[in-house]
Design a protein. Structure first.
Length: 184
């Protein structure tokens, strides 16, 4: 199932209905923090929680999930067709999905554009990540460790450990990042 698309559907339904995170959280019996993490695809909701969310948004669970298991064998995303994704409301990093049309995937590839001066709080989420710097330099914090990465440098890590990307440098940076949700 395409969890990124599910998260985007939930956010768009909420926004289309003019509802706040608090309102949907309260109607669905969840917390605002939990709902924010679902909408930013940091956690995967259980089926009962998803049913409660669908109900609070006035849609059926089946309509919410419709098409999420469609599986094209190959997806080509042209440079000018990249879909900008809202992932971190507290960050100025721009996320561009590199496989948004592939609905059933085990990883989510993104191009991250990190403006100079970008800093944020470390976070955790399910799964693993891989990233490589395409342009510029970034600083990466992982638990108690800190890495300064330049063009061509890569990291592969367990994303259930607190981590964050920062760009305290003078130039903007671009990073390819692959998220793999969950554990196998």
């Amino acid at each position: 199932m395409n969890l990124v698309e599910l998260a985007q559907r939930l956010r768009q339904l909420r926004l289309d209905r003019g509802m706040t995170l608090d309102e949907v959280a309260q109607k669905s019996g969840q917390t605002k923090s939990w709902l924010s993490r679902v909408e930013n695809f940091r956690i995967t909701p259980s089926l009962p929680a998803l049913a409660d969310l669908a109900s609070s948004l006035g849609v059926s669970t089946s309509s919410l999930l419709e098409g999420l298991d469609d599986r094209p064998q190959i997806v080509c995303v042209r440079h000018d067709e990249r879909k900008k994704i809202q992932r971190d409301p507290d960050s100025s990093i721009e996320y561009y999905s590199l496989a948004s049309e592939r609905t059933h995937r085990t990883m989510d590839p993104f191009l991250l554009k990190s403006p100079r001066g970008e800093e944020r709080e470390p976070r955790t989420h399910e799964g693993e990540e891989f990233l490589t710097v395409l342009k510029g330099r970034v600083r990466f914090f992982y638990g108690e460790q800190e890495f300064t990465l330049s063009k061509g440098d890569s990291l592969y890590f367990d994303s259930e450990v607190e981590h964050c990307l920062a760009n305290p440098f003078a130039n903007d940076a671009e990073v390819i990042c692959l998220f793999r949700l969950g554990r196998q």
